[in-house]
Design a binder for this molecule. Structure first.
Ligand code: WTA
Length: 589
């Protein structure tokens, strides 16, 4: 990994280290044959003609992603291959998804859901999850995907903030939905319910059995809402990032040029739609291009993963560094058992991919993963390495054509090569978030350096124009690719009867990037013990989410705070690493 001074201040020069190149063989065919040339001439306006709305003025994602293919020669092409390696093995053509999303759209209408309403989608990764999201789009409502792993507190925060009127879920998951705390929520739609239903519940299967095979989409404008993804910041509860329909222009073009998707690809995006990668590139990118997607349910398993590539003859694979590292740690013997020769391109997202993992993937598949840097808020890939272009191993890449990403100081001045600063993007790319749901002040924080969208990442640019990600500047934690806000975890911790105060940081970890570490001060009468650590971790697991539970807990007398009561996570990180704590003049007492 490049020297990763997380939380570094801006301005200090970054050390150039010995650089290795990933060179592309001459004649590599790619949708983007010449990055530099495209960067000079590309114009987003030219992409609009790829969409029917550019001629009709009638906008809806479901039309561009599904219906227009169902009305073309692609009608019988498989859009979605699904298996959970546990009894379900299915495929859905574009025509199937048109029919099923039409039926589900009618079901939502029958429940009184209208254009612009929010619909929670809290389901395991199954075909229904995709059908439901498409059905929500069809009636012009806004899906709010919720990770299957979320527990009651996380669900309550997100459904209450978005004021979802309906939540689609399953009987085992519905027990985590605190109906009494959610006045806006009128109905639950249950997938796979058996037995009697409560008055506010409806059966997905019963609703799908009614209605017609066709429901015309609600026609929207490009500025209407597309989806809300909740994501974490360093302060406060998670925030709802609202995207607009126009984002499809960005999804389409990045899927074409960065993922290099082609008509006959079999594309496997391993991300769950609870995360923006699982919608922007698990749904919108491939399907606006009319490309076949593969979706795997169930748990991560190295054997299954390589088997999936062989079984579906996957051509393009999009996954995350933690997954590549977990595959690497499972050893070389597994990939050797499978035919991986169908692969022609691989990309990576979510955290920096360390050169060791990159080289391992290349060793076993023949292909080096290409970085794609972006965020829930950017909606689409912004800084990438491209299939046709040589790149330096370990770098994050170059700005996508039509975007301008760079590194600036606190005043917004661009920094010379090698100097660490804020990784920023010039506003105006097509998939830029439309708002933070009902929180304009939070939205404005992203634009605190005039003229720039501020990512919260630190980076430097080198003399060849490559951007090198160097870490987060705030307290946001990336653990196994998931973005976790320390505040949410701290709030969950202090709800435990033994916990007086808690401070949470990300601790560097070779596989997961970071793990969550909590510093806990106990209430009077409680004694530190291993059993209590386990109990506290379990408590966070069952209230918030397994991936948000601390893997390490340290008991402390007091959690360091500023005089105004803010937790000094900088001090916690120093404690964790056994380093000097630096200036603590603002600390209480
Ligand atoms: C990190 C949605 C290094 C980064 C895609 C960013 C990355 C945060 C990369 C966004 C990458 C994402 N290299 N870091 N290729 N991609 N990140 O919204 O810190 O869950 O700000 O990602 O992930 O997290 P989010």
């Amino acid at each position: 990994m490049p020297a990763s001074p997380d939380h570094s201040a801006t301005g200090s020069p970054a050390t150039e280290h010995a650089v290795e190149w990933e060179r592309k063989p001459k004649g590599t065919q790619a949708n983007l044959p010449d990055y530099e040339a495209a960067y000079r001439t590309f114009n987003w306006k030219d992409v609009e003609s790829a969409f029917d709305w550019s001629r009709t003025g009638k906008v809806n994602m479901v039309h561009e992603a599904i219906d227009r293919h169902a009305a073309s020669a692609k009608s019988a092409q498989v859009a979605l291959h699904y298996t959970n390696y546990d009894g379900r093995d299915e495929q859905y053509t574009f025509a199937d998804l048109k029919r099923l999303s039409s039926r589900f759209g009618q079901a939502l209408k029958a429940l009184g859901v209208r254009r612009g309403d929010r619909v929670g989608v809290f389901l395991p990764r199954t075909p229904e999850l995709y059908i439901v999201i498409l059905g929500v789009h069809r009636i012009g409502a806004i899906p709010v995907p919720l990770f299957e792993a979320f527990m009651e507190q996380a669900i309550q925060d997100r459904l209450s903030d978005s004021e979802a009127v309906v939540c689609v879920t399953s009987p085992p998951l519905k027990t985590r939905i605190p109906l009494g705390q959610l006045p806006a929520l009128r109905h639950l739609v249950l997938v796979g319910a058996s037995g009697p239903l409560a008055a506010n519940e409806a059966s997905y299967e019963a609703l799908m059995a009614q209605g017609a095979d066709w429901l015309e989409p609600e026609w929207l404008t490009v500025d209407d809402g597309l989806i809300i993804h909740y994501t974490s910041g360093s302060t406060g509860k998670s925030k709802g990032v609202l995207h607009r329909q126009y984002a499809m222009v960005g999804h389409y073009q990045t899927a074409k040029w960065a993922l290099d998707l082609r008509d006959d690809d079999r594309f496997w995006c391993t991300a769950d739609p609870g995360w923006v990668t699982g919608t922007s590139y698990g749904i919108y990118g491939p399907w606006t291009l009319g490309v076949t997607s593969i979706v795997i349910g169930g748990r991560f398993d190295p054997d299954r993963w390589f088997h999936t590539i062989q079984r579906y003859r996957v051509t393009m694979w999009y996954s995350a560094p933690t997954a590549y590292r977990m595959l690497m740690s499972a050893g070389d013997a597994i990939p050797k058992q499978y035919d991986l020769s169908s692969l022609r391109h691989i990309c990576s997202v979510g955290e920096p991919l360390n050169p060791e993992a990159l080289k391992w993937v290349k060793k076993v598949t023949g292909i080096a993963p290409h970085e794609t840097w972006w965020m829930t808020e950017t909606g689409m890939q912004i800084v990438c390495n491209y299939r046709s272009a040589d790149f330096k191993i370990g770098c994050t890449g170059k700005p996508f054509p039509g975007t301008y990403a760079t590194v600036v100081d606190d005043q917004g001045r661009e920094l010379p090569p090698g100097e660490l600063g804020h990784l920023v993007v010039k506003p105006g790319w097509p998939a830029m978030m439309k708002e933070i749901w009902r929180d304009p002040a939070k939205y404005d924080e992203y634009f605190r350096i005039p003229g720039w969208y501020v990512s919260g990442d630190s980076a430097y640019k080198d003399a060849d124009g490559f951007i090198w990600y160097q870490g987060r500047q705030d307290d946001v934690i990336k653990t196994a690719g998931e973005r976790v806000g320390p505040f949410e975890v701290e709030s969950a911790l202090v709800a435990h009867r033994a916990v007086a105060e808690a401070g949470v940081i990300g601790k560097p970890d070779p596989i997961r990037g970071h793990i969550i570490k909590a510093f806990v001060a106990l209430r009077k009468g409680f004694q530190p013990s291993e059993a209590l650590k386990q109990e506290i971790a379990e408590f966070v697991k069952t209230n918030l989410a397994a991936h948000a539970a601390p893997r390490e807990i340290a008991f402390v007398e007091k959690v360091p705070k500023t005089r105004s009561g803010k937790i000094m996570r900088r001090v916690l990180r120093a404690w964790d690493q056994g380093l000097p704590v630096g200036d603590i003049s603002t600390m209480e007492e």
